[in-house]
Each structure stands twice: as C-alpha cells, then as structure tokens.
Design a protein around this ligand. Sequence first.
Ligand code: HAM
Length: 445
Amino acid sequence: MATFQTLPGFREFYPEDLVRRNHIFRLWRQSANTFGFAEYDAPVLEPLELYTAKSGPEIEGQLFSFTDKGGRQVALRPEMTPTVCRLVGAKASALKRPIKWFSIGEFYRYERMQKGRGRCFHQFNADIFGEPGPEAEIELIALLIQCFSSFGLTEQDFHVRLSDRNLWFYFLAALGLDEARIRGVLGAVDRYEKYGDEAFKPYAEQFGPLEESHKARILAFLKINSLEAIERVLAEVESGANGSAAAGSMRARLADWRKLLGAIEAMGLTKFVTVDFGVVRGLAYYTGFVFEAFDRKGELRALAGGGRYDDLVEKLGGPALPAVGFAIGDMTFALLLEQRGLTPKFVAGPEVYCVIGGEAERLAAFGDIHALRAAGFRVDYPMKDLAFGKQFKVAAESGAKVALIYGSDELARGVVKLRDLTARSEVEVPRNEVAAAVRDFLTGA
Ligand code: HAM
C-alpha cells in the first residue's frame, strides 16, 4: 500500500532526532538566559504583506503563501524579524529598556533543497531594540559566539564574518553612484562569492555595465579584511573628487568600528571574528553592521546571519526604533556538530527496569514504580505479563543500570531483589527501603 510522504523539504523528527534537536535548543536557550534575553513567541501564519516589499525579493520569491477561507492573503513565516518588529513596535513605550529578546521557532521558505537547506527549518533569533550605538552589536556578537562555544565548538570550527553596509554606502556614494545603483552593486557583492563576475550581470542589465575603474575599486573594497585596510581606503577616498562628504561619514564610522572591535577583544573573542567586506547580506532591511557565521573550512552554507535594521520597526507601523539582531539556523548547525563529533550520545532509556512475576506482583510493584518516578527516577516495566527470562532480556537491552525483581517468594518475605545489571549481582531489599536503595545504587552512595 502506498503510504503518504512528507512534502518535499519538510522534516519529521523521530524520538532519537528530537533528542538531538532538544539538546541544541536547550543550550541556545541557556546562552540567551545567561545574557539576560527574554523569550517571546508569535504565530507561524502571518499577513502576506508583512513580508512583501520589506524583506526583499529573495525572501518574497520563497514565500509559502495562499488565500485563507476568509479571503485574506497569508504566508507561513519565512523569518522572525518583521514579526518581532510588530510585537516590539506595538508596546515600545511600555517595554523596559534595553529590549533584549529571543525566540526559537519554525520557519518556511520555498527554496531549492540542498545540504543544510530545507523548506522548513528552525531558527534561534536574538534581537536588541532601542540601542542606536555599537553596544547592541557587541552584546549580540558575543551571544552568537557563546551559542556556538557552549557546544564545544572553537575558533577552528567557526568564525563570524563582520562587515558594514554604512561604509559600503559611503564608499559607493563617493564613487558617484545614486541609491538605486548602490543597491544594485550591493546585490552583486552579496552574490560575488558564489558567482564571481556573473554576479554583476543583473546590475549591467539594469544600469548598463559598471565603469572598469569603479569595478576594480569595488572588488578591492570587497577584499577589506582589517581595520587598517578600512583606514587605507578612507585615505584614498579623502583624496578623491567626490570624497569629502563621504570621507567625513566614513571617518565618524571608524569610531564605531574601534568601539566594537575593542569590546570584542576585551571579551577575548577576537579569534572568532573576521573583518570581511564580502558580506553585505541579502535581506533588504539591513542598515549598518552586518555579520554572518560560517564554518572555518567554508564547506557548509551559512550557520547564522544578522545585522542592524534601524528603519524596519517604523516601516511596519511602529515608532522609530533602532534594532539589531541575528538568527542561527538549526540545519547547518546540526551538520557542523555532527562533522566535529560534538553530538553527544544520549541515554534515552530507563535507569530502573522492573521485572514482575504476575498480576498480583504487578500491583505491589506499581506502588514502588510510581514513588520512584515521582522522586525523579526513569523507571520502566513490561506492559503485560512476560516470562522472567524475556523480561531480563528486555531489561538488559533497555540500558537500565538496575532491575527490581518482584517475585511472589520475595514479596511473601516483604523484600524485593535489586539486581545490578552491569555486575550481574543481586541483593535483597526490604519493600519500604526500595526507593532509598535505588537512589544509593544510582548515585554510587
Ligand atoms: P537569514 O540569513 O535569512 O537571516 O537566515 C538566518 C539563518 O537561518 C541562515 O544563516 C541559515 O542558517 C538559516 N536558514 C535560512 N534559510 C534556510 C533554509 N531554507 N533552510 C535551512 N536553514 C535556513 C534571517 O532570517 C534574518 N531574519 C535574521 C535576523 C534576525 N536579522 C535580524 N534579526
């Protein structure tokens, strides 16, 4: 008989898969808590127009959207950022500052499926609202790194590539480009790593080919990999024809860079951060610092991405409110943990297995089973009567360390047998001391 399959790109989580996913979520949540972020949640189905025109053409083209029975245009959320802007925007004046929020949820994008990319995936989102200066970026980049380090990942496993759309804007303005052309060039820079020169094709189609001298300077800017390199470019801009206004803005921006990199150094995190102007981010709403996390070997797709988006809360109907944030995706992250052997082996089975003689003994066992579970021990037993031999086999296979044996002889004498399943030794324990004996055995007391 044909069985139903999941839709392409959708995932099912069998218990052994969910144990791994829960482990990831648990450590992300723990990191967010230690940084003082508060957790929130929101609907997965949203009005379509929350995403159209604000997130940019890439996400718009990937929306799972439809008309609901009430005739509303709706979409499954492809990202959290517009939603969290709405939540914060609606209560901005009442919220205690700084507003540091996080969430873990499922997202949907109709993407071409490939390694580390699906049509449904989870993200950990962390965002700070109301902080115009680099203090917000400092806190978020530190949290991003902690979300990775808490699994045992090191600077040899991942890094955060840090860039700045403001400096890109000032620099391209100094080349004499208007805003539409600047956005066109940034689109090309975003695709350059993947497609090389081909990335400039859409720009050429829209605006005509880029002047060769401009292209050379853009490609040189894209290779910026340090504060010193930024300073060198600034000196060039200062001596250029259109340079004076842009150079002033660039010089002021350098103070933010120094503050950000200085704080990262003071936290001992410099080894995780790479200045890399090849990153500009594909989403349309970013306005300042942008960053993406990648595996060091560069084998996997992006692990996380984020940046500043100072205009979005207002564009979505809220007050003017600066914002910065990032999201980590669970798919590439799980692949990286797997590759590095950092997915722990989980013991999902019971600690205690009860071997039960028959129906009468079962009732006696139930009292202990429930008391042990209420005391926090993982306890299991056979749902129906089985031969002793069979029950011992199940007990051994379950991973339990200890078996409690409820035989009619033992119960008649007011005792239960406690069997050490590793050492294969047994002791008799009075009925009213079973919980204490199990606790002592499992804690090694
Ligand atoms: P994003 O770069 O689109 O940013 O996604 C962030 C991360 O989500 C990616 O680095 C990737 O790990 C994961 N991801 C995205 N699409 C897929 C997919 N189809 N399959 C599997 N994983 C995927 C955002 O979503 C921004 N809203 C992040 C943000 C938060 N910016 C500010 N605050």
